[in-house]
Each structure stands twice: as C-alpha cells, then as structure tokens.
Design a protein around this ligand. Structure first.
Ligand SMILES: Nc1nc2c(ncn2[C@@H]2O[C@H](COP(=O)(O)OP(=O)(O)OP(=O)(O)O)[C@@H](O)[C@H]2O)c(=O)[nH]1
Ligand SMILES: [Mg+2]
Length: 202
C-alpha cells in the first residue's frame, strides 16, 4: 500500500460521535502499552499520527484515522493493564464492545500482543468473541526486536498454541525495525478487497 494521506478524523466515546460509516475499517486492539499506536504509525509511515507513550493508558477514546481516502484505521484503548484506574477500565469495556458489536464497516481486528509474553485468557477471550461475531482477526506479536532472533520462532509457536491457531497466522512485528510491516499490510489489503465474483473458465 502506498500511503498518500493519513489523517486524524476524530475521537469518539459513543456511537453517536463516530464518523459516518463510509469506508472499510480496521481496528487495532490489545493490552495497554503493547504498542498499538506505534504499530499504526509504522503502517502509515507517520511518526506521531497516533499518540504513543511509555505510560500505559495513553489512548482513552476511539480514534479514527482515514488512510488514502480508502480505509479507516481505528485506535482504541488497551485492555487489562493493572495501573489503569478501575473506574477508567469499567468505562472502556462497554465503549469498545459497543464499537465492535455494532460498527457495520468493521472489516477486521488486528490483535496486538507483546512477543515477550505468552497470550493469556484475555487474548483467548478476545479471539473467541471475534469468531462468534464473525469479525476477521489478524494476530501480531510486537516488540520482537526485544527478543533474540533464536527465540522468534519459539514465541510464534507458543502464541499459536495458546490461541489455538495455525502458527502461520502469527505475524512477528517491530515498530523499531519495521519487521512485519509488509506482511501486515498484505493481510489488511486482502481483508478490505471487494469480494471478487467467481470467474468462470467456460
Ligand atoms: N522496542 C520496541 N518498543 C516499542 C515497540 N512498539 C511500541 N514500543 C514502545 O512501547 C511503548 C508503548 O507504545 P504505544 O504505541 O503507546 O502503546 P499502546 O498499545 O498504544 O498503549 P496505550 O494506548 O496506552 O494502550 C512506547 O514507549 C513505545 O515506544 C516495538 O516494536 N519495539
Ligand atoms: Mg495507544
């Protein structure tokens, strides 16, 4: 994907504030501080389009970004980080669930996980929930630059086992080295492509 434009559209907490549902949307989800906003910035070749921070809980609303007037990326708050105040977490869950369950133009969720941590019950619950709601899922292990090369395949293997998916489904990613950027774009492009009519040979 050649990035011609990448613009912030708006932030929203409730559905009446979402931008019009015109373009296919890809949402990026995962634990707080895992690197969701950083991954979005790498995909669109912008340093600070989505705000990043070393302090967990930076992203607090649903943020919509329009890419090439062609698709929309959605950055959402992270789940399951102990340092985020309980009251804040309680308000995030329904906000995110409403978005995921009701947004007609949502094409896929990119679930971002830390490569140094085996996915746990929270990630499995997200994957199961998405399967039940028939939302396509792309799985990315990020911060892979923090692991030695010899451990890359091991972490893909254990994540695949924990999530009960084929190992080939797991993308290894780094916002530092940009590893995995092309593969992630290929998956996203496939998911937003209009369904082709079956071609006939005869
Ligand atoms: N080494 C390394 N650091 C990363 C990578 N991705 C993100 N980081 C760092 O991790 C921290 C969190 O990154 P963010 O992109 O803000 O994470 P987030 O998931 O959007 O966080 P919240 O919005 O708070 O949930 C920042 O200090 C980033 O610089 C990566 O691939 N490699
Ligand atoms: Mg963020």
């Amino acid at each position: 994907m050649i990035i011609k434009s990448a613009e912030f559209i708006k932030s929203a907490a409730k559905s009446s504030h979402y931008p019009p549902a015109r373009l296919p949307e890809i949402v990026f989800a995962g634990r707080s501080n895992v690197g969701k906003s950083s991954l979005i910035n790498i995909l669109v070749n912008r340093k600070r389009l989505a705000k990043t921070s070393s302090t967990p809980g930076r992203t607090q609303l649903i943020n919509f970004f329009e890419i090439n007037a062609e698709l929309v990326f959605v950055d959402i708050p992270g789940f399951g980080y102990a340092k985020v105040p309980e009251a804040v977490r309680r308000s995030w869950a329904p906000m995110i669930e409403t978005y995921l369950a009701t947004r007609r133009t949502l094409k896929a969720l990119v679930l971002i996980m830390d490569s140094r941590r085996t996915p746990g019950p929270e990630e499995s619950a997200v994957v199961n929930w998405l399967n039940r709601h028939q939302i396509a899922t792309v799985l990315a292990l990020t911060k892979i630059d923090k692991l030695s090369r010899s451990r890359h395949l091991d972490c893909a293997r254990s994540a695949a086992a924990a999530l009960q998916v084929p190992q080939g489904d797991i993308i290894l990613f780094s916002a530092k080295t940009r590893q995995g950027r092309e593969e992630l774009w290929h998956r996203i492009e496939r998911l937003i492509a209009p369904v082709q009519a079956n071609s006939r040979d005869d």
